[in-house]
Design a protein around this ligand. Structure first.
Ligand SMILES: Cc1cc2nc3c(=O)[nH]c(=O)nc-3n(C[C@H](O)[C@H](O)[C@H](O)COP(=O)(O)O)c2cc1C
Length: 311
């Protein structure tokens, strides 16, 4: 199976990416994962200033999933360009930098810093951060704010802009259309679902922030559904994420309409997860006679096939 794909003009050797926040800046894993062989590495979310993140505990395991409240800890965009990007370039990894901010201006300033970095393939905008300047609104769930941040980032960005949508909205199709209309080159869906957990013994929330982000296998069916809904709503390429841990998980997302996928939480229990998903995807392609991985995108069959009763 030919694994090559293209997203927003960026050629990738295969459709398996490491998801933001679950793979550090990539370089930490260079002894464990062949970064050059991955479709791309998506970095931890970068802000203008370094951020310390939230107090611990930051992770809590749930049934088939994980809640996190890491709080976007990062070294800052300038330090990333200076201290991590050169090594990624040397390795030959394709790098997508994940970006977040609390105001539109924050996003623009981070983009300006990253525009000067050599060896970045694309930007991924994390639009699910609280916007403190406008009463704690969330970019990704307010169509007007989403359009504004995407339009303005597009004007500043020297690289393709992938918009990463939050699943915490009523209509993912609407938000996908808004991002596309504002100029997004591609979409990643989805980020984590808002969740919470309480310790029954102490009656206290598990996290200082009370709510946290749910990821892992528990969210996979929700994420596949959202990719499918977005696929019917927009024409730009989609990158699926949410609970992918096996090659067949990846295939499900591709069939629903994704052109590429990201492996996130699975890296926490197996740092080699991205490589395993790629291997299993190749095996699926060989077994099912798929010529090009791109042929799987949106190729879900709508008929249910032979019913057990007819056999
Ligand atoms: C610990 C942790 C940190 C994350 N940090 C970020 C981040 O900085 N920016 C971002 O856009 N998404 C972040 N995410 C979301 C993941 O990239 C991914 O979209 C989500 O977890 C769903 O995929 P998964 O179920 O495979 O983990 C984070 C997820 C986890 C678990």
């Amino acid at each position: 199976m030919d694994l090559h794909i293209e997203i927003a003009g960026v050629a990738l050797p295969n459709p398996i990416l490491a998801a933001s926040g679950t793979f550090g800046y990539g370089v930490e894993l260079e002894d464990i994962v062949n970064l050059k062989k991955l479709g791309a590495v998506v970095t931890k979310g970068l802000s203008l200033q370094p951020m310390a993140g939230n107090p611990s505990p930051r992770l809590f395991e749930t049934s088939a999933g994980m809640l996190n409240s890491v709080g976007l800890q990062n070294i800052g965009a300038a330090a990333f360009v200076r201290t991590r990007l050169p090594r990624l370039r040397q390795i030959g990894a394709r790098v997508v930098t994940n970006i977040f901010g609390y105001t539109v201006e924050d996003y623009l300033e981070v983009v300006a810093v990253l525009n000067e970095g050599e060896g970045i393939a694309a930007y991924e905008l994390n639009v699910s951060c609280p916007n403190t300047q406008r009463g704690g609104m969330i970019f990704g769930s307010d169509p007007r704010l989403l359009a504004e941040v995407v339009e303005r980032v597009k004007r500043t960005a020297r690289r393709p802009v992938i918009v990463k949508l939050t699943p915490n909205v009523t209509s993912i199709a609407e938000m996908a259309r808004v991002a596309e209309g504002a100029g997004a080159d591609a979409l990643t869906l989805v980020n984590t679902f808002l969740g919470m957990a309480i310790d029954p013994r102490t009656r206290r929330p598990r996290f200082a922030n009370v709510v946290a982000g749910l990821s892992g296998p528990a969210i996979k069916p929700l994420a596949v559904r959202m990719v499918w809904e977005a696929y019917q709503a927009v024409k730009i390429p989609l990158i699926g994420a949410g609970g992918i841990a096996t090659g067949e998980d990846a295939v499900e997302f591709l069939l629903a309409g994704a052109r590429a996928v990201q492996v996130g939480t699975a890296n926490f229990w197996d740092p080699k997860a991205t490589g395993n998903v790629l291997k299993e995807l190749k095996r699926y392609g060989a077994r099912h006679g798929v010529a090009r991985v791109g042929d799987l995108t949106g190729a879900m069959e709508m008929s249910t096939g032979d019913s057990p009763a007819s056999g």
